[in-house]
Design a binder for this molecule. Structure first.
Ligand SMILES: C[S@@+](CC[C@H](N)C(=O)[O-])C[C@H]1O[C@@H](n2cnc3c(N)ncnc32)[C@H](O)[C@@H]1O
Length: 256
């Protein structure tokens, strides 16, 4: 996958930062020593961690140079680290691992989650949020379009969307044996978007990235136009012209 378009991602920063606020509100630690924001992106979630834990050492970690550039501009005094979560380990003083909207991108993410929780000291917390929207029209349409797209011969066709998340029961069975407490929940957000085109812009900054990076400029334009038409058919305007983007998300906070 090509590097993230960080500026596209922050177009909807208020909406995208609501889930990490809700997640952080459920983290029970008051005075952690070290807090790591896994998949920190442009630093929006890291900023929340710095506000909540002014006395902790807060570190943002991401694999994307574009995202890290923006995060460093935004929070010049914070430490940021380029790494792949799949082969990164927290050091012994890390008390909180915070991961908003990142684990859905990792292959075999359940094994990584278990390994990271296992690495935390007693009382440490792993807090995770992942979009659970693969059955929403926004994603069904992305998959349908990608599957029927006339990809050029020999093109590396990206996987048509992420797989479904395992059920909450699977996370419970995986993580509860190695933690003292686990809180699991879903929230369904209804983001008020100015129009259907805004939904296209939203996903240009996230789930459409693998598809768009497999196309050239003309192909991208064509794909986005076709997607926009389908999205306009699925998300009808309300009385004032705005549209609601229904967005289910899955959360858990596991305390070692
Ligand atoms: C959707 S953004 C989330 C940004 C931010 N945490 C937030 O709350 O809005 C996902 C981020 O995860 C990063 N990411 C994806 N896979 C990663 C991996 N294997 N290791 C580290 N970062 C990764 C991406 O570069 C991107 O910045």
């Amino acid at each position: 996958m090509e590097d993230w378009n960080a500026r596209q991602y922050i177009k909807f920063e208020d909406e995208r930062t609501r889930p990490p606020r809700d997640l952080l509100a459920q983290v029970p630690l008051e005075r952690p020593r070290r807090v790591v924001d896994l998949g920190c992106g442009p630093g929006n979630s890291t900023e929340l961690l710095l506000e909540r834990y002014p006395h902790a050492e807060v570190i943002g970690l991401d694999s994307s140079p574009n995202m890290l550039r923006l995060a460093r501009e935004r929070l010049p005094r914070c430490e940021f680290l380029q790494a792949d979560i799949a082969n990164w380990w927290p050091d012994a003083t890390t008390d909180v691992l915070f991961a908003n909207a990142v684990f859905q991108w990792l292959p075999d993410h359940t094994a990584v989650l278990r390994r990271l929780l296992e690495a935390l000291p007693e009382g440490g917390a792993l807090a995770v949020q992942m979009p659970d929207n693969t059955q929403e029209p926004s994603h069904i349409l992305q998959r349908e379009l990608a599957e029927s797209w006339p990809w050029p011969k020999g093109a590396v066709v990206p996987p048509a969307g992420r797989g479904e998340l395992p059920l909450p029961e699977a996370y419970y069975d995986l993580l509860k044996p190695i933690c003292s407490h686990i809180d699991i929940w879903h929230s369904v957000y209804q983001h008020v978007m100015p129009n259907a085109q805004a939904i296209v812009e939203w996903f240009k900054g996230s789930s459409l990235q693998p598809i768009l990076s497999a196309l050239d400029a003309a192909g991208r334009e064509k794909f986005l136009a076709a997607y926009a038409e389908k999205v306009a058919g699925a998300y009808k305007p309300r009385f004032d012209g705005k549209v609601l983007l229904r967005f289910p998300r899955f959360f858990f906070v596991a305390v070692r």
